[in-house]
Design a protein. Structure first.
Lengths: 263, 226
């Protein structure tokens, strides 16, 4: 494909995360290869690529979830607002407060809806009831769940539907006012209606939070994200505006993947 | 029976090529009819229009089906969108061929009513106009089939020659109207043929621009130099 106007990786004006020369190994097997790119502040960035390409491995680097895996070895840096998150001085608990995460399978705690939402604030030391109540209401409203649960806040969260549980997890993540929300295939276990709810919520949160979403659903990436990164076999192949990447991709590998010719 | 997207797109391309060849035949026949003032050829063009309309609707339905069922992206999306657009251009070129054929029939009818056997004088620029217009449309089809962006670029550049020829024909017809008043009833019809050819070449240039978008992802429609 001829296209002289764009590069495969665009420059970001206001970035919150800067990834530099990032390599990750599981034992002797390398999973990420020399990643270099910036993630824009308060925008939605989608990561796409075939299974095993390193998408989840990469977002788990951002909140240092990979620290929990013994065989992982990382070199390079990820700067969050000019601080290297791998620096020894970084408090990982504090880092994870700044970076919320929503997983493929919703994981509410076996507690009430209300207790789930304020859990992060409680362990952060907030004890004033009015503050907690307000945070719960604001977070549930922001996650478009308030109207459905306002009359049963003290019921068990385990009684919610799959889609509601996932929105509860998002409410829990935003209750602590994170800078970044990581979403690892947040809709893969949901029906189309619940998926639409979550996508609407992502659009609502766009502009206020930096969201990084891993998805296998190409249409979802194109519907919700401002920028899309395509990873293949641990390498960043292309990173650009979502509208450009899905209409005129620069790299043939991207073209082949998004049109379903491989992967 | 459902098809995968690549088979659907290959099928759509075949339908589009078929429509293109039917339209090409219609334009060629209309031009021949003007050359020879042959009513039979003109009638053939008019009869063929229904077929073009039906093929156009069929192509549009195939595009909508692919969009709804496969949600294409990247080159597949550009292909389907381009086909959707140039499909309309093809159909309109078919309509313009009919308008030209109509004028042939009208000239013959007017001649017959006047009992005239005098030859109709066609400005010499028509020869170039016929050739360039046909060449533009045929090259469009070739560029579409062989995915040749350079050829599509060449088509865009040919449009000016047709516009110039049409302007020259208008001036020639003004002269003829002064010098040969007996031809006056026919001159608006001859001018209308030139207008039809000019519109066909405009559509061919649009098609070529869309083919460039399809192949390169660049919208060049309003660029001054391409």
């Amino acid at each position: 494909m001829k296209n002289d106007n764009r590069n495969a990786i665009i420059a970001i004006e206001d970035s919150i995360v800067q990834v530099r020369d990032l390599n990750l190994f599981y034992g002797t097997s390398q999973a990420l290869f020399n990643l270099n790119f910036d993630i824009p502040r308060n925008k939605v960035t989608a990561l796409i690529g075939p299974s095993g390409c390193g998408k989840s491995t990469f977002i788990r680097c951002i909140n240092r979830m990979n620290d929990l895996v013994d065989s992982v070895n990382i070199n390079g840096s990820i700067q969050l607002d000019q601080q290297d998150i791998f620096d020894k001085s970084v408090d990982v608990i504090d880092l994870r407060r700044k970076i919320g995460m929503v997983f493929q399978k919703s994981n509410p705690f076996p507690k009430s809806i209300y207790e789930n939402v304020i859990y992060g604030l409680r362990i952060g030391g907030v004890t004033e009831k009015p503050v907690l109540e307000e945070a719960a209401e604001v977070s549930l409203k922001r996650s478009a769940l308030w109207d459905e649960v306002k009359d049963r806040l003290h019921d068990s969260a385990m009684g919610l539907s799959g889609g509601q549980m996932q929105r509860l997890c998002i409410a829990r993540a935003i209750a602590v006012s994170p800078d970044i929300i990581l979403m690892d295939e947040p809709c893969s276990a949901l029906d189309p209606r619940s998926t639409a709810h979550i996508e609407e919520l992502i659009r609502e949160l766009n502009g206020e939070y930096t969201i990084i979403i891993v998805t296998h659903n190409m249409q979802q990436a194109s519907r919700v994200s401002d920028l899309t990164a395509f990873l293949y076999e641990g390498e960043l192949i292309e990173f650009g505006k979502t509208t450009d990447l899905f209409t005129v991709p620069v790299k043939k590998a991207t073209e082949d993947y998004i049109t379903g010719r491989f992967g | 029976m459902t098809e995968d997207i690549q088979s659907s797109i290959a099928g759509l391309k075949q339908h589009m090529i078929f429509l293109g060849t039917v339209v090409e035949e219609s334009v060629t026949t209309a031009i021949k009819a003007v050359h020879t003032l042959d009513n039979e050829l003109a009638e053939r063009v008019l009869d063929g229009d229904k077929k073009i309309n039906s093929l156009e609707v069929n192509v549009e339905e195939l595009c909508l089906k692919i969009l709804a069922l496969h949600q294409p992206v990247a080159s597949d999306l550009r292909f389907v969108i381009t086909v959707l657009k140039i499909n309309t251009d093809f159909e309109r070129i078919g309509d313009l061929a009919c308008k030209i054929a109509d004028k042939v029939i009208l000239v013959n009818r007017t001649k017959q009513a006047a009992g005239s056997s005098a030859p109709i004088i066609m400005p010499s620029e028509f020869d170039e106009m016929f050739e360039t217009t046909q060449n533009m449309f045929t090259s469009c089809l070739d560029a579409f089939v062989s995915e040749d962006a350079d050829l599509a670029h060449k088509v865009c550049l040919m449009d000016d020659a047709v516009d110039d020829a049409k302007r020259a024909i208008r001036l020639d017809l003004e002269e003829l109207s002064k010098n040969k008043p007996e031809l006056q009833p026919y001159l608006p019809m001859i001018l209308s043929v030139a207008r039809g050819l000019e519109r066909i070449s405009d559509h061919a240039a649009h098609i070529a621009e869309d083919i460039i978008y399809m192949l390169q992802g660049r919208i060049i429609r309003h660029e001054k130099s391409i």
